[in-house]
Design a protein around this ligand. Structure first.
Ligand code: URA
Length: 254
């Protein structure tokens, strides 16, 4: 409903701009606020979803050309924005793209990602139902010739965090799931051990936040007890969303 009105305002502004000598200026924050107001007065969920898609695309376009961390802008193959349902109830937050993600431009597609996909399926959901993003949109660079991954620095996370904040603001998930201590540090700015953080509800700006182990940890520690811990955290997520849980799901990884 608001969209035609917004278009009118924009074309009127364009006309004023054309006919006047003075340059019209609007800050990005002001424009974002204008577009963020649209869902509040929009009456149908279709246009609400459309506006989420448009707004995410606008952030993604800025991320794609971001050079705030020049060393990462030079070394990346491409940025890795996020994937999934803009209306997702659950948003998973990881650390940073790895080599596979950097190559494919999609988060969590490597070994750890395949395990995350399995966990999502065990929850009775598909990757397309949830939203998946990382704190960092670029793969942390490594010295030439070296393999593996590097943990993002606090400065890199601080620099990239605003993009994630925008993603969360647009998607407005019911529940956030932070995967691992680095993701927690990137999101909340606080450091802690997984032993003290995981398995209980935290809050990010009023949105319930579950903290659990990163799937890469489960690949390193294949013991059923560690898998079970992650699964118990996911059961808490399902319970919070009032999703039906089968007996089979309850006993998973036991
Ligand atoms: N690990 C992450 O934290 N994110 C990815 O996208 C892949 C692996």
């Amino acid at each position: 409903m608001l969209r035609p009105a917004l278009d009118l305002v924009l074309s009127a502004l364009e006309q004023i701009q054309e006919n006047s000598e003075k340059k019209l200026c609007a800050s990005r924050a002001a424009i974002d606020r204008l577009f963020q107001a649209a869902p509040l007065v929009s009456s149908n969920s279709e246009s609400l979803r459309e506006s989420k898609v448009d707004r995410l695309a606008a952030v993604q376009a800025r991320v794609a050309v971001c050079t705030k961390c020049p060393h990462l802008a030079c070394s990346r193959t491409q940025t890795v924005f996020g994937v999934g349902n803009p209306d997702a109830e659950i948003m998973f937050i990881g650390e940073a793209p790895g080599v596979e993600e950097d190559a494919q431009g999609e988060p969590f597609v490597g070994r750890a990602g395949q395990l995350l996909t399995k966990i999502i399926r065990a929850m009775g959901l598909a990757r397309e139902d949830v939203y998946i993003a990382n704190i960092l949109k670029c793969r942390p660079d490594l010295p030439p010739g070296s393999f593996g991954n590097r943990v993002p620095t606090p400065l890199e996370m601080q620099t990239c965090r605003p993009y994630l904040v925008e993603q969360i603001d647009i998607i407005q998930p019911e529940v956030l799931v932070a995967l691992g201590a680095v993701a927690v540090e990137g999101l909340l700015g606080t450091r802690g051990t997984m032993r003290e953080l995981r398995g209980r509800w935290h809050s990010y700006n009023g949105t319930p936040l579950m903290i659990t182990y990163h799937p890469a940890y489960l690949l390193r520690n294949q013991s059923p007890s560690e898998k079970r811990k992650v699964w118990e955290d996911m059961l808490q997520v399902l319970e919070r969303l009032e999703r039906p849980i089968t007996e089979k799901q309850r006993n998973y990884f036991l």
